[in-house]
Design a protein around this ligand. Structure first.
Ligand code: PLP
Length: 382
């Protein structure tokens, strides 16, 4: 039983594997580089994927969607490409290491940063965010939803403050894309970094950056430079989108799979996916709260995604995860979930938590079995 969808969704809809296979076995010249021209399967697939992503994020211009090898790459591109020594960054205290590590890297090179502490539910207070701005603040970066406890941030309010101060806002939507409707305009976001392999049901190492109309992408230096199939006579990276941030041969099979995943999300509908996940997560959280000694980290108020974390007094998280895996065949994730900062906020550092994250394909029966497994582990080892 797979309950680790916050790491990566599984299973993928069958058409995702089919699309990857079709892409590899069909006639797929290198897009933009062969003599077959841009009208080939590869070129068309990539354009269709860009268009589907633009639709998903309510962006009118698909060329403002740049495809990268995932959200980590997307976040690094903006953080390292926009912020210069002497600048200041504001972020929240529930961030993933894919935000914290590039910031800490820059801190060694003369960049200052402020981490705005979230409350006990892992939510930011926009006023605290406002207080963190300085005259040299060059970037604000926050996630839309936490991968530890599912807390959804008040991004639109934070974005409005950023707009007032002229500070670009980068939003990490790794946990929300595909389960919460997202529009960069409604979020007041300048850039959105997304991943393909979670709730968009694509293959791993897919994702990208969406640059909103309000933000000039020329302000971001590319992280990598190379061939694009365009303007080959020039030995500098093209400055237009998407080529500026897409050097090298793209991950065609991955992008084909992502397109199939996006079509699945569109067909089922984000509302239906969210309804399923929210229902399963609330059954799970309510059941866990009744386990003796359990402490559950999943806000009871306000918007949440389906990441539900917990620990049980007197038990090692590894013992709980071991019983789930070895005796019940349940996949979960225990530890710090690549977000030590979030665990410091929740008071669960360094031990971390056990995270169960249902997805669209899980059932209520599976959630009941997972609860039986946790109760059984607590009875025997708690
Ligand atoms: C909120 C958040 N940001 C970033 C990432 C990094 O994703 P990836 O490893 O796919 O680049 C994750 C993955 O769990 C995440 O949950």
């Amino acid at each position: 039983m797979y309950l680790d969808n916050a790491s990566t969704t599984w299973p993928k809809p069958p058409e995702v594997a089919q699309a990857v296979s079709n892409f590899i076995s069909g006639l797929c010249p290198n897009p933009g580089r062969g003599s077959c021209g841009p009208g080939t399967i590869a070129g068309r697939t990539i354009l269709q994927c860009r268009m589907a992503l633009a639709r998903l994020f309510s962006c009118e211009d698909p060329l403002r969607v740049c495809l990268t090898p995932g959200v980590t790459w997307a976040l690094n591109t903006v953080i390292l490409g926009l912020v210069k020594p002497g600048d200041h960054i504001v972020t929240g205290s529930m961030e993933h290491n894919s935000v914290m590590r590039p910031i800490q890297f820059l801190a060694r090179r003369g960049v200052e940063f402020t981490v705005v502490r979230c409350d006990a539910n892992g939510r930011l207070a926009p006023d605290d965010f406002r207080d963190a701005f300085r005259p040299n603040t060059a970037l604000a970066v926050i996630n839309h939803a936490s991968n530890v406890n599912g807390a959804v941030q008040p991004v639109a309010d934070v974005g409005a403050l950023c707009r007032d101060r002229g500070v670009p806002l980068l939003v990490d939507v790794a946990q929300s894309a595909g389960v919460i409707p997202i529009s960069s305009a409604a979020l007041n976001a300048d850039m959105i970094a997304f991943t393909g392999h979670k709730a968009l049901f694509g293959p791993m190492a897919t994702g990208g950056i969406l640059f909103s109309r309000c933000f000039d992408p020329q302000r971001v230096e590319p992280l990598a430079h190379g061939g694009t199939g365009s303007h080959s006579e020039v030995e500098f990276q093209p400055d237009f989108l998407p080529d500026r941030f897409e050097p090298g041969t793209p991950n065609g099979p991955g992008i084909a799979g992502l397109l199939a995943g996006l079509e699945f999300v569109q067909r089922v509908g984000i509302d239906a996916i969210r309804e399923t996940e929210t229902r399963l997560a609330s059954i799970l959280a309510a059941g866990l709260r009744e386990v003796p000694g359990a402490e559950v980290f999943h806000p009871e108020e306000g918007p949440v995604t389906a990441a539900v974390s917990f620990r049980i007094r007197g038990m090692e998280n590894s013992v709980i995860a071991g019983v789930l895996a070895d005796e019940y065949g349940i996949c979960c994730r225990h530890g710090l979930q690549c977000a030590p900062c979030a665990h410091r906020t929740l008071g669960t550092f360094p031990g971390g938590l056990v995270r169960l994250s249902p997805g669209y394909f899980n059932t209520e029966d599976e959630i009941r079995t997972a609860l039986d497994a946790v109760r059984s582990a607590q009875r025997r080892y708690g």
